[in-house]
Ligand binder design. Structure first.
Ligand code: SF4
Length: 170
């Protein structure tokens, strides 16, 4: 069968919510409406790496963008994204199109329109109090920002969008 030569890149947890911080998943495995829509459109689905899972593992706490915005984490994002950016470049050089990159709004790493802020420092018991400081703010998460930079270094333009887990999935 003829291939579509069209791809979509999605944040890792859209296909595998097991990667999320414990307690934060809104669906059991893959986000069915988005996946079914991609299948119906004939899009190949490429899964981005989960930068938080590969940095801090499954026992990590929920954190804010300020906490992840370090030179070490930025380097980590760059390292795990570089092989993927080479793949994107090769697809484009061979006449494929990358329709979209889909992130997760509100994430400190994968937010596109919104990320999260509110770190107030201190030990964990104080940090629990920090929960009341948490807020969504405009801007990209650290990994999506890094991906934008890596693509821009190669003059590759791909539109970004994001799922909003606070709204029902259509
Ligand atoms: S870091 Fe990104 S891929 Fe990983 S769980 Fe959070 S939103 Fe999903």
């Amino acid at each position: 069968m003829e291939r579509s030569k069209k791809l979509i890149l999605v944040a890792h947890c859209i296909l595998n919510s097991n990667s999320k911080v414990t307690g934060l998943s809104r669906y059991p495995g893959a986000l069915e409406p988005l996946v079914v829509d991609c299948i119906r459109k004939g899009l190949g689905i490429v899964q981005l790496p989960c930068p938080e899972l590969t940095f801090l593992g499954l026992k990590r706490w929920g954190m804010t963008r300020e906490q992840y915005d370090t030179p070490m984490y930025r380097k980590h994002c760059r390292t795990i994204l570089e092989p993927l950016v080479f793949q994107i470049e090769d697809y484009l050089l061979n006449g494929y199109s990358i329709e979209e990159i889909v992130g997760v709004d509100g994430s400190p790493s994968c937010g596109v329109n919104l990320t999260c802020s509110g770190y107030s420092g201190g030990e964990l018991d104080e940090a629990l109090n920090q929960h009341s400081n948490l807020r969504e703010v405009p801007g990209k998460g650290v990994m999506m920002e890094t991906l934008t930079q890596l693509l821009s270094e190669k003059e590759i333009i791909i539109p970004f969008s994001a799922i909003d887990e606070n709204k029902p999935f259509a």
